[in-house]
Design a protein. Structure first.
Length: 138
């Protein structure tokens, strides 16, 4: 079995951003030269997420509105975690959206259903964050 690891870095311009990282994951898969196996994509920060869904602008806005309704950033006094970073809401948003995804691949291509794409969700941005891609297989 072979493995390949790649780190993506992001500094988003906004506190909350949603970035389609499918092209970067596909590029890492091609670089790996592994043809069959599993690809893990993992947000390496507790205020960011990786998830799979449709890349449709209305849906991305719906996600953002829904998450802000579940865990609004303000008032900051609402969260006991807030203090030095004031990001209590970002931790809750990440918990809902998830830490990672695992996608099987065959013949060097991700095994996606219709419209599926991999996203990086940032909930406490404007500073450097990382995503790890780990590919294992033959």
């Amino acid at each position: 079995m072979k493995s390949y690891r790649k780190i993506l870095s992001f500094t988003t311009p906004h506190r909350r951003d949603y970035i389609n990282i499918t092209p970067q994951v596909e590029a890492a898969l091609a670089e790996s030269t592994i043809r069959e196996g599993l690809c893990l994509v993992n947000a390496m920060h507790i205020t960011a997420s990786v998830y799979i869904n449709d890349d449709e602008p209305g849906l991305l806005r719906d996600y953002d509105d829904w998450l802000e309704g579940l865990a609004p950033h303000e008032p900051l006094s609402r969260y006991r975690h807030n203090g030095a970073e004031e990001n209590g809401d970002a931790h809750l948003k990440r918990q809902v959206m998830g830490r990672e995804v695992v996608v099987a691949f065959t013949a060097g291509k991700l095994d996606f259903g219709p419209w599926e794409q991999i996203f990086y969700g940032e909930f406490d941005g404007r500073r450097p964050k990382r995503v790890m891609i780990k590919i294992v297989g033959e």
